[in-house]
Design a protein around this ligand. Structure first.
Ligand SMILES: *[C@@H]1O[C@H](CO)[C@@H](O)[C@H](O)[C@H]1NC(C)=O
Ligand SMILES: *[C@@H]1O[C@H](CO)[C@@H](O)[C@H](O)[C@H]1NC(C)=O
Ligand SMILES: *[C@@H]1O[C@H](CO)[C@@H](O)[C@H](O)[C@H]1NC(C)=O
Ligand SMILES: *[C@@H]1O[C@H](CO)[C@@H](O)[C@H](O)[C@H]1NC(C)=O
Length: 495
């Protein structure tokens, strides 16, 4: 009986989500254990948010509508903790639908869950279609986003009768960075943070420009050294064709919509191909997913099988790129400039409006001068120095990046002065080594997830999960419960 019900519910939700967001809905299976409700009931709401938290003259008392999702069916009203997801660079539904761990934990710990959308992403556009014009775009900063979350949390705690409820923030990737920053900047509101796959060091300019693409390469190397060799040789063949300007051959081998005609086109082709490998390394989950696009289970393994199928290396390279760009199997040809946009983030900005916002952030506060070199990695040499970044950002947005600001503003290597943060990282994730890999104190805990890709721990539990992530989630659950208990004791003691 319950099965029929489950199918119906999932079906309804699927339709709803599909119509609104074009995302399949496969990760919130309704699970009833001990008769308890396990399925999150998600309500989409908007909050009247201050446009400019830091300048009283620029926008007066101007506001915009900030979107957030509320899940209150697990909450022990007025008592259970608040689990707050600090939204990052995209539509908040996409993060909510790919962060099932948070709602599973909320069911266990009777928490209220809020997923807040980051300003300038998804539907949280301060100036509608004009949001990406200069100077309005200037209101897109990390500091403004954090202040949005602080104001939203404070207001919702009042409205919902939750002023005594401890707040734990969650985030993955840039969202994980925001979770760390919330704990640093608003310890009056936030008791603890789970920062999954948060590259807080490399994005603050503390790292090595070769690390990222070296680690992407390592993932493929781990599957089979012949795999990375095949990739190198395919790029070598491509380079020879390009050097000899046999552009029509490149077009026909790689099924490009238009033949490349310049070095710029070839560079763009390299970037597009490198991006496919990057995405497969980041999203190398043990089951198929829909997050930043559709991915098969174990995409790195699938890619290596594809690279090693037969002796036509360029065909193999084309089919490997197809795992990312041709997910429907209906693409007639690759449109170089339509499928990939070059921007200030060499790991890719995605497409659409969200890519504009992320490009701006990569041009201002968030440093990602990552380069491939064909020595420590398997890709053609594609540089992106601080001066390349400066030149691009000034041309594109009229801004000069401030590479040292994040480190100054958010404690950089002095993180040991804070507390209650989990830094989790999977060893398959090329972002991992840009984050904190060693515990800094008993309450600043680094967790390693062997066999884990980009914030696997935030995803809902799955039968294909490696043991490491099951253990990591258990550790996270225990630490969070402990922080919440300690906060209650502290609140009771304070007058
Ligand atoms: C902004 O302030 C002005 C002047 O006090 C007031 O007339 C207006 O209603 C306020 N607008 C909002 C959205 O609060
Ligand atoms: C996309 O996949 C289909 C089905 O496998 C294939 O026929 C087509 O050639 C692919 N397109 C490109 C551009 O590789
Ligand atoms: C990579 O390096 C090898 C060895 O130096 C060189 O032969 C090859 O042309 C390089 N490949 C690319 C794509 O630059
Ligand atoms: C996690 O793994 C990295 C890389 O292997 C290692 O350097 C680090 O010490 C490990 N950290 C923990 C907390 O086990």
């Amino acid at each position: 009986m319950s099965k029929v019900l489950v199918v119906f519910k999932v079906f309804v939700t699927l339709l709803f989500v599909d119509v609104l967001h074009g995302l399949p809905y496969s990760h919130f299976q309704s699970k009833k254990r001990n008769g308890e409700e396990r399925e999150p009931h998600i309500t989409e709401l908007f909050f009247t948010q201050t446009l400019d938290h830091f300048n009283f003259n620029s926008m007066g008392n101007g506001t915009f509508n900030q979107r957030y999702l509320l899940i209150d069916n697990f909450w022990k009203k007025g008592y259970g903790p608040i689990f707050f997801y600090t939204g990052n660079e995209g539509d908040i539904w996409e993060f909510a639908l790919n962060s099932g761990f948070i709602t599973e934990l909320a069911a266990q710990q009777r928490a209220l869950v809020i997923f807040a959308e980051h300003r300038f992403y998804g539907r949280s556009q301060p100036f509608g279609k004009d949001s990406f014009l200069i100077p309005q775009i200037g209101l897109l900063t990390v500091e403004q986003a954090l202040a949005d979350y602080a104001v939203l949390l404070t207001e919702l705690r009042q409205q919902l009768g939750a002023t005594e409820c401890p707040v734990i923030v969650f985030g993955g990737s840039y969202g994980g960075m925001l979770s760390v920053y919330m704990r640093l900047k608003y310890p009056n509101i936030v008791t603890g943070a789970l920062a999954a796959s948060a590259p807080i060091l490399s994005t603050a300019g503390m790292g090595d420009s070769t690390q990222f693409f070296t680690d992407v390469t390592t993932d493929f190397e781990k599957v089979a050294p012949e795999c990375t060799n095949a990739v190198r040789r395919a790029f070598q063949e491509l380079k020879e064709l390009a050097d000899n300007r046999v552009f029509s051959h490149i077009q026909s081998e790689l099924l490009l919509c238009k033949a490349p005609t310049s070095e710029q086109d070839i560079r763009h082709l390299y970037l597009l191909l490198r991006n496919a490998f990057t995405l497969m390394a980041m999203l190398d989950y043990p089951y198929s997913t829909y997050f930043m696009g559709k991915m098969p289970a174990n995409p790195v393994k699938v890619a290596c099988e594809t690279m090693l199928r037969g002796s036509d290396l360029l065909a193999n390279l084309r089919n490997t790129a197809g795992i990312v760009y041709n997910t429907t199997g209906t693409l007639a040809c690759f449109d170089l400039y339509g499928l990939f946009i070059e921007c200030a983030d060499p790991t890719g900005c995605g497409l659409g409006y969200d890519s504009l916002a992320w490009d701006y952030q990569a041009c201002t506060e968030i440093s990602m001068c990552y380069e491939s070199n064909n020595v420590t990695d398997m890709f053609p040499p594609l540089g992106f120095s601080e001066s390349d970044r400066e030149e691009y950002c000034f041309r594109r947005w009229g801004v000069v990046p401030r590479p040292n600001w994040l480190k100054t503003q958010f404690f950089g290597d002095e993180l040991s002065s804070t507390s209650n943060i989990i830094f989790s990282n999977g060893n398959l994730d090329p972002w991992a080594n840009g984050g904190v890999r060693q515990s800094l104190s008993p309450s600043l805990v680094a967790l390693n997830i062997s066999g884990g890709a980009h914030h696997l721990d935030l995803r809902g539990s799955n039968d294909a999960d490696p043991v490491s992530v099951i253990i990591a989630r258990r550790t996270e659950a225990n630490l969070i419960a402990q922080w919440v208990d300690n906060e209650r004791i502290r609140l009771r003691k304070s007058p």
